[in-house]
Structures are given as structure tokens and as C-alpha cells.
Ligand binder design. Structure first.
Ligand code: PEP
Length: 254
């Protein structure tokens, strides 16, 4: 972890959370943030769209940021069931995840779509959390570095900077499985990602853009993973549904 890049711990609640569970969960995190302020990390929660308004209300006047899990690439229009980046901004979001592997798989989203969504997010004043990561088959073929480099080139908008993009490396086979790459493997991929960003966006952006690791991050592995030189925080799925576990992961960055 670098002193220059303040750690970011992001929770992706996925399609989980009704009022009964989501409001107490964010309430606990808001209380912890206020009690611990000033923290040595930034914290973000990305609830399902149905809960964003209520979560923003609870997080109001705390340092807890709220984000969406996806947005459409258009500002508005005939896209039944979709949500625009502007709508997320209007609700009080400051981030949005784009290109999560579950969107890439379930909805066939390719790099060009992910980049268009990231551009829409940036145009709306949101920080796009662009997800990349290899499948297990790609890992087995030994092409992880090539796959992730190509996803960065294809998904990260050319006008990106530390104020409007975060890149999350999430090996698909590590999401929700309890398995992770070794620390050396994660650091190697992150170092390559930083090199790729340098090539695409320049040295200032390479030094300042946050690179998160995601995939089975838990309190028990967070200290080791968050201590890696080019890991600037975590994108957490399952463990972000427990305020104690999510908080313990954040404290691993202290
Ligand atoms: C995720 O969905 O982004 C994720 C990393 O999930 P988990 O932490 O459950 O592996």
C-alpha cells in the first residue's frame, strides 16, 4: 500500500439487502465511521439500487460513500429497467461499479460497453470502479496478464484520472469461492496494471489511480493482501454484508 494513495474499502452488496437488513447494516458502519473519524481509509458501500436512497439517508453527514453497482451508458431514454449515472448522482452516489464479472457474464457486457458505462459515470461526476479479471480457464492457460492488460486497455476510458476512476482486479474464479491467488500473484498483476495505466494515461495517473483487489477478501487474509505494494484497497462482496467483517477488513489498512 502506498502513502500517496489513501486505501479505499468498497463493499458490493450485490442483489442482497431489504430494508430490514440493509438499514441496520449501513447504520452500524455509519456509527463506526463517526466514532473512528478521522479514519486512515475511505469506505464505500454499493447497495442494490432499491436501497440506495435509504442508505444515502443513513450515511448522510458521515464519511461513508455510497455507490451504484451498475449504470447504463446513456443519460436517459427508452431503456426499461436501467438506471443512468445521472440518476445515481442525483440520489447522492459518488461511485458506480462497472464491468463486474457478474455483469460481464450474466449480461454479456464486453469491454466496449464497460468503457461506455465508465465514460457515462465520469460525465455524471461519479468515480467509475472498473472491474477486470481472468476466468479460471484463462488462468489455467497462463494468460492472466494478457487478459487483464487487454481489459484495462478496452475498459478504462482515455480521460481517466485518480478523481474519476478506480480499477479493481477481481479474478473471476476467486469471487465468492474462498480461493485467492497468492500474494505474489496479486502483486504481479497489480504491478502490471500500474504499468499498463502508465502506458495508457501517463505517469501521474499511474502513481495516483487506486487499484483494488477483490475476490474472497476476509478479515483473515486482509492484513496480508492490503499490505501489498500496489494494492490500494479492496472490493469486497460477501464479507461486506457483515459490518464486523467489513470493518475488520478496513482496519487491516490502518
Ligand atoms: C465481488 O463480488 O466483487 C467479490 C469480490 O465477492 P467476494 O468478496 O464475495 O468474493
Amino acid at each position: 500500500m502506498s502513502v500517496q494513495r489513501r486505501p479505499l474499502i468498497a463493499g458490493n452488496w450485490k442483489m442482497n439487502g431489504l430494508r430490514e437488513t440493509a438499514i441496520p447494516l449501513v447504520g452500524e458502519l455509519a456509527t463506526k465511521m463517526n466514532t473512528a473519524a478521522p479514519t486512515s481509509f475511505d469506505m464505500l458501500v454499493c447497495p442494490p439500487a432499491t436501497m440506495i436512497d435509504a442508505v444515502v439517508d443513513v450515511a448522510y453527514e458521515t464519511d461513508l460513500a455510497v455507490g451504484g453497482q451498475d449504470c447504463h451508458m446513456a443519460e436517459s431514454g427508452a431503456h426499461t429497467g436501467d438506471i443512468s449515472a445521472q440518476m445515481l448522482k442525483d440520489l447522492g452516489c459518488s461511485y458506480v461499479i462497472v464491468g463486474h464479472s457478474e455483469r460481464r457474464t450474466d449480461h454479456g457486457e464486453m469491454d466496449d460497453v464497460v468503457r461506455a458505462k465508465a465514460e457515462a459515470a465520469q460525465a455524471a461526476g461519479l468515480i467509475a470502479v472498473v472491474c477486470v479479471g481472468e476466468t479460471e480457464a484463462e488462468r489455467d492457460k497462463g494468460i492472466t496478464i494478457d487478459v487483464v492488460a487487454a481489459q484495462i486497455a478496452g475498459s478504462v476510458p482515455p480521460d481517466s484520472n485518480a478523481g474519476n476512476v478506480v480499477v479493481a482486479y477481481e479474478p473471476v474464479w476467486a469471487i465468492g469461492t474462498g480461493r485467492t491467488p497468492t500474494s505474489d500473484e496479486i502483486q504481479d498483476v497489480h504491478a502490471m496494471m500500474r504499468g499498463k495505466i502508465l502506458e495508457l494515461l501517463g505517469a501521474d495517473e499511474a502513481a495516483s489511480i487506486h487499484l483494488l483487489y477483490g475476490g474472497s477478501v476476509k478479515p483473515s487474509n486482509a492484513v496480508e493482501l492490503m499490505g501489498l505494494a500496489d494494492v490500494d484497497g479492496a472490493l469486497v462482496g460477501g464479507a461486506s454484508l457483515s459490518h464486523d467483517d467489513f470493518w475488520a477488513i478496513a482496519e487491516a489498512c490502518s
